[in-house]
Design a protein around this ligand. Structure first.
Ligand code: BDR
Ligand code: CA
Length: 309
């Protein structure tokens, strides 16, 4: 069993990633940490709690960063809705959740990395802000953690927020660049592979037809994401399962093929957030970054459908 923590920004595919992780028999999900990202952190916290509750689970959720390290964050709700879940939870306000643990997500991450060390896989499906803050607070964790899988970046394909950059890294490029330069063992699961794993209208209709509380709720908020994709990427046959693919790689790296590259992330200019090769990194620095370049999409989609609802 893979001992996993999911650090997410509970938008729509993050919510699907939670469902997939909880239902995967190969994963023991120890906890969920959240930060701002697709919505403000109070919403991403609320969303994660709601999904965990619907899954009939008592996995803890810890609230983390409220903003990027340097930049300011604005929200447009374009892909995930203003609340992160396709505006499906309108009547549940974040302040209704009085049970938020006082331990900050960053401290939870440090604590668990010390507890589980190389046994622990940390999957990050939002901006890398929580992880960057954890490393800044306790750099020892770089050598303790088993591995990190980060959904983000785009090496060989255009970005999704501008011509070059992918959303998670563009939101907080300073955090992403900082994390990659620390040489923590990390696998990038970027748009190069996640754009090949598409959920279709028929798939979502099947969840609706299944008729359980969980499958209907998943269908309801995923429909918002599907509709947004239809408008923005009309040439695609569905919506990308970015974050669930990162979970899959966390439990079984053979879902993707990777190449080792020293990566850096541009922090300024029109292409801020773009992942590029760091050609000038010192040779003595051990190469710890693997970048996913190919995916066995068929095998992943099969595993995802089998486990999701
Ligand atoms: C990433 O940004 C968000 O829209 C998704 O949840 C995913 O983590 C894809 O660029
Ligand atoms: Ca996400």
């Amino acid at each position: 069993m893979v001992k996993m923590i999911l650090d997410c920004d509970t938008g729509i595919d993050d919510a699907l990633a939670i469902g997939y992780a909880v239902h995967s028999p190969e994963i023991e999900l120890l906890g969920i940490t959240v930060c701002y990202g697709m919505a403000p952190v109070d919403y991403t916290y609320r969303n994660a709690k709601k999904i965990v509750q619907l899954l009939g689970n008592d996995i803890g959720v810890w609230k983390g960063a409220e903003k990027p390290l340097v930049l300011e964050k604005e929200y447009n709700g374009l892909i995930h809705g203003m609340d992160g879940l396709g505006n499906t939870l309108g009547n549940v306000q974040p302040e209704d959740l009085v049970d938020c643990p006082s331990l900050h997500a960053v401290d939870y991450l440090i604590e668990k990395i010390y507890e589980y060390k190389e046994e622990l896989t940390l999957v990050v499906t939002g901006p890398l802000t929580n992880l960057a803050l954890a490393i800044k607070k306790d750099p020892n964790i770089i050598n303790l953690v088993g591995k990190v899988v980060s959904m983000g970046g785009a090496l060989t394909t255009p970005g999704n927020v501008n011509r070059y950059a992918e959303a998670n890294y563009a939101i907080d490029p300073h955090a992403a660049n900082y994390v990659y330069k620390t040489n923590i063992p990390i696998t990038m699961v970027g748009l190069d592979v996640t754009r090949k794993t598409l959920l279709t209208t028929e798939d979502v209709a099947n969840w609706k037809q299944k008729g359980t509380e969980l499958s209907c709720f998943f269908a309801e908020f995923t429909q918002y994401y599907l509709d947004a994709y239809k408008k923005i990427h009309p040439y695609l046959k569905g919506c990308a399962l970015h974050d669930p693919l990162a979970i899959a790689v966390g439990k079984d790296p053979s879902f993707v093929q990777t190449i080792p590259i020293h990566l850096e992330v541009e922090v300024e200019g029109v292409s801020a957030g773009r992942t590029i090769e760091d050609l000038y990194r010192e040779e003595s620095n051990p190469l710890q970054t693997e970048v996913s370049i190919k995916v066995d999409a068929e095998r992943f989609m099969e595993d995802f459908y089998k486990n999701i609802v």
